[in-house]
Write a protein that binds this ligand. Structure first.
Ligand SMILES: [Cu+2]
Length: 111
């Protein structure tokens, strides 16, 4: 009985891992505020397990469930937050709402 339970858990674990995928998306983030904003917005998206933005490269690494979301959807979330995601462009309205330092080129005013 016990061995069956263990095998069962193993199978469930394997199935869950098989549904997970990782993507790296280049964003137009400029600073730590952008990092927080993007990680927050992508992080609350259904099917996203984790979202981490590297402030040096501005690349967002997302671990997500393939059955619950897709890279296109994640990029749309980033665009709606006001940022470019790979070759999809930021929503202009959202971008205007960002603080000046968070718009493209604004990072230079930071330091
Ligand atoms: Cu910023």
């Amino acid at each position: 009985m016990r061995i069956i339970a263990i095998l069962g858990f193993l199978l469930i674990g394997l199935a869950a891992t098989a549904q997970m995928d990782t993507i790296k998306i280049k964003t137009s983030a400029e600073c730590d505020m952008c990092k927080k904003r993007i990680e927050e917005q992508v992080g609350i998206t259904k099917g996203v397990k984790s979202a981490v933005l590297d402030v040096n490269t501005m690349v967002l690494t997302v671990i997500y469930n393939k059955q619950k979301t897709a890279p296109e959807k994640i990029k749309t979330i980033i665009n709606k937050a006001g940022y470019d995601a790979d070759d999809t462009k930021a929503d202009p309205k959202s971008q205007k709402k960002l603080p000046a330092c968070c718009r493209p080129g604004g990072g230079k005013d930071h330091k």
